[in-house]
Design a protein around this ligand. Sequence first.
Ligand code: AMP
Ligand code: DBH
Length: 552
Amino acid sequence: MSAADPPGRDLDHTPWPPEFAARYRAAGHWRGQTFGSLLTSLTAAHAGRTAVVGETVSDPWARWTFAELDDRAHRIAAGLVARGIRPGDRVVVQLPNVPEFLAVVFGLWRVGAWPVFALPAHRESELRHFATQAEAVAIVTVGVHERHDHAATARAVADDVSSVQHVLVVDTSEWAGLAATAPRELPDPDPEGVAFLQLSGGSTGLPKLIPRTHDDYLYSVRESARICRLRPGSVYLAALPVAHNYPLSSPGVLGALHAGAASVLAPRPDADTAFRLIERERVTITGVVPPLAAAWVQAAARTTRDLSSLEVLLVGGAKCGRELAARIGPALGCTLQQVFGMAEGLVSYTRLDDPEELVLGTQGRPISLDDEIRVVDEQDRDVPPGETGALLTRGPYTIRGYYRAGAHNATAFTADGFYRTGDLVRRTPSGHIEVVGRAKDQINRGGEKVAAEEVEDHLMAHPAVLAAAVVAVADPYLGERTCAYVVPAEGAAPTGPELRRFVRRRGIAAFKVPDLVEIVPAFPVTGVGKTSKRELRAALSALAAVASDQKG
Ligand code: AMP
Ligand code: DBH
């Protein structure tokens, strides 16, 4: 902790120490540009090109040019200012994949207000938490979407959280008035200041708020666009909820904008919707999480859609095992690009010209040579090269502290500012990172440690398995045993004994063969579609409670 950050003080934003900031500026990573001014210069370069395509609240299939997006953002900014929104105000944004998302977010950036990025899947308790933590002054949302009344939820939150003065609903006439305000020039905010609050995945407890600055985030967006080879002719499909850090910035809709490319916003990520849009809009690049990649691979076998425009499929957000990785290129006729990232900062990509071994077997290497990576043991000592340890990182776009979370920051970061990612990794001599598991995604079977992902990968090798998730189940003798949840491939009906036999025959230690196998139609998922192991574990403990009631 530095002198500027006395213990217990809940800073909004823990700045990088001045010597690091100076280094990142000198290296050209931080260029002193804000997102608002970025959109202005993109519009100058690409005015008539398509910036975003998707279902707006008023148009079933809108197509906005850079100039139109820029004009809308300017008007929204002026309208927000007229309603009293000021620089530094926090505004919770909960919008589905609609073009208005970009207009609202760039509008807020023009004002210098900070979007707080909620996902459409979040409900009252999470929104109340974000609004309270951030002392938000407003919530921007939609009316009814996918059978949920977001406007009603936002109003309920506004009733409870006194800081919230406005609920702005983009499909109302009130909003239409705001969005039609005459544009005016506004002062550009500080590029080294906070631009928005992103959310952590919140594997334990509620998500934490992550302050990202214009300078640091723009660096990661610019480099992501370059690494993913986005160009003005590219078409990026946002299949996942666009407010999530991954489809927002890796390379995401912001990377696409940065390159002068178009973004297509998919209302849903299922294969039917995505394949229809890939065919119709000639999509060249998109990104999914592994369970979705598995579903697309399966659907590709019988699709009549023309997917030939697709050049790159990014897979990340959770470990993409080798078995699944190997199926993607052949099934979808594109190049797999693995991406391992976190809303806190560090993002690593396999490069498009990496050898197959690295593309299939690693989660890529960091964006920046200034990303500092340490792989450490439980005492924070560096492990020998190539061995597994916990990943710590620090760099030009990795935060130095969560928003107003002094006590948590003391354990989430080392004294010298490295972020403790919670991921277990090893590095190849080329500097690529292989994610071996989460520090906690391990089953301790009477002292014998079972890495969930290792067993999942063996299960995934079975043709009847679409997806697998291995979690711990409490056991009176061993402490924990393993339970494998399995979603069958289409038309397949694998049985527990058959899968256990299959895994055993793959030649692994007997203690790693799943003790229980549960066949389920689908997994519970997080807001962005990652398998929610938290919910699977909760389901198991509920079952155990029922069983012990019945015994007792
Ligand atoms: P979040 O907190 O939602 O930003 O999630 C970030 C976390 O997701 C990382 O710390 C990893 O645990 C996980 N993650 C993201 N991408 C990958 C990947 N490609 N492989 C394994 N884990 C990943
Ligand atoms: O899971 C993530 O948070 C994530 C995955 C890929 C991410 O934040 C990112 C890329 O930027």
